[in-house]
Design a protein around this ligand. Structure first.
Ligand SMILES: O=C(O)C(=O)C[C@]1(C(=O)O)C=C[C@@H](O)C=C1
Length: 259
């Protein structure tokens, strides 16, 4: 019994509910800084207009182009071999470098879960109009690059649900096992939800948005309640989209956990 425990600990010692939550907390910073950077630019809606781009040999918009080309470059350096990374593009080139020996913490079914299409739609149709002001300033490439940063940060955070789910499964394999065998989404959702944690997350990201997005001045007083992104919007972003999607990834993963 003891040996069994020691052996299982040695393969999982870096992954606990505490360490995966620490990573989610750190990723909040990346997401909020990304939004602050994007909010520097107005909407620049031509970036999303397929008929504006007219790039020879490419039918899509400027943002589709920068995503496709950047992901192709990153794929060549093995970015999407990491279990924490998920591309938005299909048909990426293979990695040109020696593979890193990533720890086999997740069940192999994790490889088949990628909800980036959903993240893409929500980001462009619902989030962007909330975080940017109307208008055009011509900084199209910077705008598109900044969208890609936001998309990557959101995607990484949301798909991190796979790690959260695996930790939770290992902590309570019997409870989860029953719900998985029954393929009961609602029961899984109930098991993995911690309302009090969600409330804390929403409060913390709001506070971070205040701190990171304040005007810094050497004169007394400093920030006069003017923030680079609206802190209550960041809290809403988490409550309405980021956490629900992270939970969706957890459910999708758990449903396949015993395959
Ligand atoms: O911290 C957890 O337990 C998670 O599953 C992560 C998370 C989140 O997305 O932040 C999602 C579901 C829980 O209800 C609480 C928080």
């Amino acid at each position: 019994k003891f040996m069994e425990k020691a052996a299982s600990n040695s393969t999982t010692n870096e992954w606990t509910l505490g360490t995966v939550r620490d990573s989610l907390i750190r990723q909040e910073d990346t997401i909020i800084f990304g939004l602050i950077e994007r909010a520097k630019f107005p909407m620049n809606s031509v970036v999303y207009d397929q008929s504006f781009a007219r790039i020879p040999g490419f039918g899509g918009s400027l943002v589709q182009y920068i995503v496709q080309e950047t992901e192709a470059l990153h794929a060549k350096l093995g970015r999407y071999e990491s279990p924490e990374e998920h591309p938005f593009s299909d048909n990426l080139p293979p990695s040109l470098i020696r593979s890193h020996n990533y720890s086999q913490f997740l069940h192999p079914a994790a490889n088949n879960i990628n909800i980036n299409k959903k993240i893409w739609d929500i980001y462009f149709n619902q989030l962007l109009p909330l975080f940017t002001v109307e208008g055009e300033d011509g900084n199209y490439a910077s705008t598109a690059a900044s969208d890609l940063e936001c998309l990557q940060a959101l995607s990484r955070r949301i798909h991190y649900g796979k790690f959260v789910a695996e930790v939770k499964y290992r902590d309570a394999p019997k409870d989860y096992g029953h719900a998985i065998q029954a393929q009961d989404r609602d029961a899984l959702m109930k098991l993995l939800t911690f309302k009090s944690v969600e409330e804390m997350v929403k409060k913390r990201v709001e506070k971070k948005a205040m701190l990171f997005g304040q005007e810094v001045s050497l004169e007394n007083g400093g920030s006069k309640g003017k923030y680079k992104v609206d802190p209550s919007l960041v809290s809403r972003l988490y409550g309405e989209w980021v956490m629900p999607l992270t939970k969706l990834v957890q459910v999708e993963y758990l449903l396949r956990r015993l395959d």
